[in-house]
Write a protein that binds this ligand. Structure first.
Ligand SMILES: Nc1ncnc2c1ncn2[C@@H]1O[C@H](COP(=O)(O)OP(=O)(O)OP(=O)(O)O)[C@@H](O)[C@H]1O
Ligand SMILES: [Mg+2]
Length: 307
C-alpha cells in the first residue's frame, strides 16, 4: 500500500506538488494520470526518498521508505530507465543493485527471464535499444520481489508486443496482491490496464476514482436506427433531450435512456433496428477532467480557445 498525505514539493517559486493526499491499495492496478508537469514524477520520486517533501509525507507498506530495513523488497521503482551505467552488462547492473540485499545471481537470471532479456544479459546496457532499456528498468523494479511496484511511464518506447506484455505483467502483479502504481499518457492502454485512477493537475488531486465510475460519468448519447426516424424524433422530443441525425435512418439521442427510447418507440408503433448506448472512452473522460489544469498547451489549441 502507498499513502500520500498532505504532500507538497516546491522548487523555488514553483510548486510541483501541492497538498496531495491519496492512498493506493493493493490488488488492483492504479493508474497515475495528469498533464505534463502535473507533478507525477515528483510524487513518485518522493515515495522512494528521492527529494524530500516541503511538507507532508509518504508511507510505503505502512512505513516511511527510509524506515524499511530492506527497501528493495518493499518497493520497486522504474523512474528513469536510462539511469544505467552504459559500460555495464544488464546482468552486472542487476547484480550490483542486488548486492546490498543479498539478492543472488539466480534471482537476477529469473528477473532477466521475466523481462525477456536473457539472450542479451551479458551485452553492454549502453548499446540497448529504447525498449530493451525500458525492460531492464522494469527488471530493476522487480529485482527484490517487492510488495509494491511503482512505474513511471513504463510503456514509453515499447513496441506493441512489449506494451501488451507490460499490461499482462502489471495485472498479474496486482492479482498476486501487490500494490501497482503506474503513470502513462497512453489513455487507451491505461483503460485496458488500470482499475483505479489517481488524476492530478498542477500538483493537486483532480480525481481519485474507479475507472468504470469515471467513464460512466461522461454522458454519451444513444445510437438509434429506425426506418421511421423522422417520426421517432417527434416521439422523443422533450426537455433536456438532444437529438441529432447521423444519417437518414440513424439518430444520436442524449438525455434519454435506452429504456425510455425503446418504450416510447413501442408505444408509437415505430420499429427500432438498433438501440446502442455509446460508451465514453477514458480519453474523453480524461479530457473533461483536466481541461482546466493543463499547464503546457499547444499553441494551436490556445489560439483556438482565445478566439
Ligand atoms: N528538479 C527540479 N527543479 C525545478 N523544477 C522541477 C524539478 N523537477 C520537477 N520540476 C517542476 O515540477 C513540475 C512537476 O514536474 P514533474 O516532472 O513531476 O511532472 P510530471 O507530471 O511527471 O510531467 P510529465 O508528464 O511531463 O512527465 C514541473 O513544472 C517541473 O518543471
Ligand atoms: Mg513525469
Amino acid at each position: 500500500m502507498i499513502e500520500v498525505v498532505g504532500l507538497s514539493k516546491r522548487y523555488g517559486p514553483k510548486t510541483a506538488v501541492d497538498g496531495l493526499s491519496f492512498t493506493v491499495e493493493p490488488g488492483v492496478v492504479t493508474g497515475f494520470l495528469g498533464p505534463n508537469g502535473a507533478g507525477k514524477t515528483t510524487t513518485m520520486r518522493m515515495l522512494v526518498g528521492l527529494g524530500s517533501p516541503t511538507s507532508g509525507f509518504t508511507r510505503v507498506n505502512g512505513k516511511p521508505y527510509r524506515a524499511h530495513r530492506a527497501p528493495l523488497r518493499e518497493i520497486g521503482v522504474l523512474l528513469d530507465a536510462r539511469a544505467v551505467h552504459p559500460g555495464r552488462s544488464a546482468r552486472d547492473h542487476l547484480l550490483a543493485l542486488g548486492a546490498t540485499h543479498g539478492i543472488s545471481g539466480r534471482r537476477v537470471d529469473e528477473v532477466l527471464e521475466v523481462v525477456g532479456l536473457t539472450e542479451v544479459a551479458r551485452r553492454r546496457a549502453g548499446a540497448f535499444s529504447l525498449g530493451m532499456g525500458q525492460r531492464l528498468g522494469i527488471a530493476v523494479a522487480l529485482l527484490g520481489d517487492p510488495r509494491t511496484v511503482v512505474l513511471d511511464e513504463p510503456v514509453n518506447g515499447l513496441d506493441p508486443d512489449g506494451i501488451r506484455w507490460i499490461r499482462h505483467l502489471l495485472k498479474d502483479l496486482a492479482a498476486e496482491g501487490r500494490t501497482v502504481f503506474v503513470s502513462s499518457h497512453l489513455m487507451s492502454e491505461m483503460a485496458l490496464t488500470a482499475e483505479h485512477l489517481i488524476v492530478v493537475g498542477r500538483g493537486k488531486l483532480v480525481a481519485d476514482v474507479p475507472m468504470a465510475e469515471l467513464i460512466a460519468s461522461v454522458e454519451r448519447g444513444v445510437h438509434v436506427r429506425s426506418p421511421r426516424s423522422r417520426e421517432l424524433v417527434e416521439v422523443l422530443r422533450g426537455d433536456g433531450v438532444r437529438i441529432s441525425s447521423v444519417t437518414s435512418d440513424v439518430l444520436d439521442v442524449t438525455g434519454l435512456s435506452t429504456e425510455d427510447i425503446g418504450t416510447r418507440a413501442l408505444q408509437a408503433g415505430i420499429p427500432l433496428f438498433e438501440l446502442i448506448p455509446q460508451k465514453a472512452s477514458l480519453e474523453d473522460a480524461y479530457a473533461e477532467l483536466t481541461r482546466d489544469v493543463v499547464e503546457y498547451q499547444g499553441a494551436a489549441t490556445s489560439l483556438g480557445e482565445a478566439a
